[in-house]
Ligand binder design. Structure first.
Ligand SMILES: [Zn+2]
Length: 335
């Protein structure tokens, strides 16, 4: 009896010691800002309702999305000026959906049909600098239109620094998903698994002043607006990170091999080194970190390179964003 009690006590002491984090211990969060899951909103084909309805409604709610444009398609061409005006908006990221939304037969043709969209996006998105990686969505076409071989297509994607977005299967608004509840099931799945989920939209319902006709597969406002409200609410609570496809891709790629090591440095500072095996040319998206600081700290300054931010200390930890593979991170107590 005595022995058993002794072992139990030892186990308890051991568990306690293991649980106490040392000053400098640093964790890389799986998703930005410590969210439990990630969610992507995507809008295909450059329909007018993307800028007329989606952009203002998402901006109001602080949500980002990826817009897959088709620069030579009629609806886009007639509204090109408006699209260009929105190209730098916060939360608006342009993706590649080919120049014409038409057939692609071989490597040479694909380099124009697909490569030219990249050139176009990089010519209108200039500040901050043009994107190195661009999200790719293959257009849905009739059988027999997309005849390029898989090998050639892979070569095109690589040559153009394109990243394929997840598939349409089971994720199309109106086509697969008709209600807010159905879309919320995907959100719940992402939260339960700590993973990523998404919805692919085409049109959203127009109301006055935009005439009476509707875009292709226009989702009713009374279905999608409550859904956007829910996403915004979850994002505000810190549970969900709603972002564009490339930001998600970069974060996830860097996170997979991310290592963070913190230790006490000079003058009570904590020095953290953050690395990843991902190619720094494309993968320099800031990751979210949490570092254990001395118990008495209430505020801390976090500096990496020329950037310094002041953060509140919560439960003995400071949470901040840092770019892997760059300068060391210096954390100090702020008065
Ligand atoms: Zn399409």
């Amino acid at each position: 009896m005595m022995l058993r009690f002794g072992l139990a006590l030892m186990a308890a002491v051991f568990a306690c010691t293991a649980a106490v984090a040392a000053v400098g211990d640093t964790q890389v969060m799986k998703w930005e800002n410590g969210a439990k899951a990630c969610f992507l909103l995507m809008f295909d084909d450059g329909w007018p309702s993307a800028h007329q309805v989606a952009m203002p409604e998402l901006a109001k709610r602080g949500l980002s999305a990826t817009y897959y444009i088709v620069p030579e398609k009629g609806e886009y061409k007639t509204q090109e000026k408006i699209w260009k005006a929105h190209a730098h908006d916060k939360g608006v990221v342009l993706g590649n959906h080919t120049m014409h939304h038409d057939k692609v037969t071989d490597y040479e043709q694909a380099m124009h049909e697909i490569g030219d969209v990249n050139t176009y996006i990089r010519s209108i998105v200039t500040n901050p600098p043009p994107p190195k990686l661009i999200s790719w969505a293959q257009p849905g076409l009739k059988p027999g239109c997309w005849t390029i071989s898989k090998e050639d297509m892979d070569r095109v994607l690589k040559a153009c620094n394109l990243v394929s977005r997840p598939t349409f299967d089971g994720h199309g608004a109106v086509y697969h998903l008709q209600t807010c509840e159905q879309m919320m099931k995907l959100v719940d799945k992402a939260l339960a698994e700590g993973g990523m989920e998404y919805v692919i939209f085409h049109g959203l319902e127009h109301k006055a002043p935009w005439r009476t006709w509707q875009d292709f597969w226009a989702m009713k406002q009374d279905v999608c607006f409550p859904f956007f409200d829910n996403l915004s609410e979850l994002q505000k609570k810190g549970e969900l990170w709603v972002t564009d496809h490339i930001s998600y891709h970069r974060y996830e790629t860097e996170f997979k091999t991310a290592k963070a090591k913190g230790a006490r440095g000079e003058k009570n500072a904590i020095v953290v080194k953050l690395s990843t095996e991902a190619d720094p040319e494309f993968y320099d998206y800031p990751l979210t970190l949490e570092t254990q600081v001395p118990a008495k700290w209430r505020k801390a300054t976090v500096r990496q390179g020329a950037e310094t931010v002041t953060c509140d200390v919560k439960a003995g930890k400071v949470r901040y964003r840092a770019v892997p593979g760059k300068n060391s991170i210096f954390i100090k107590e702020a008065k």
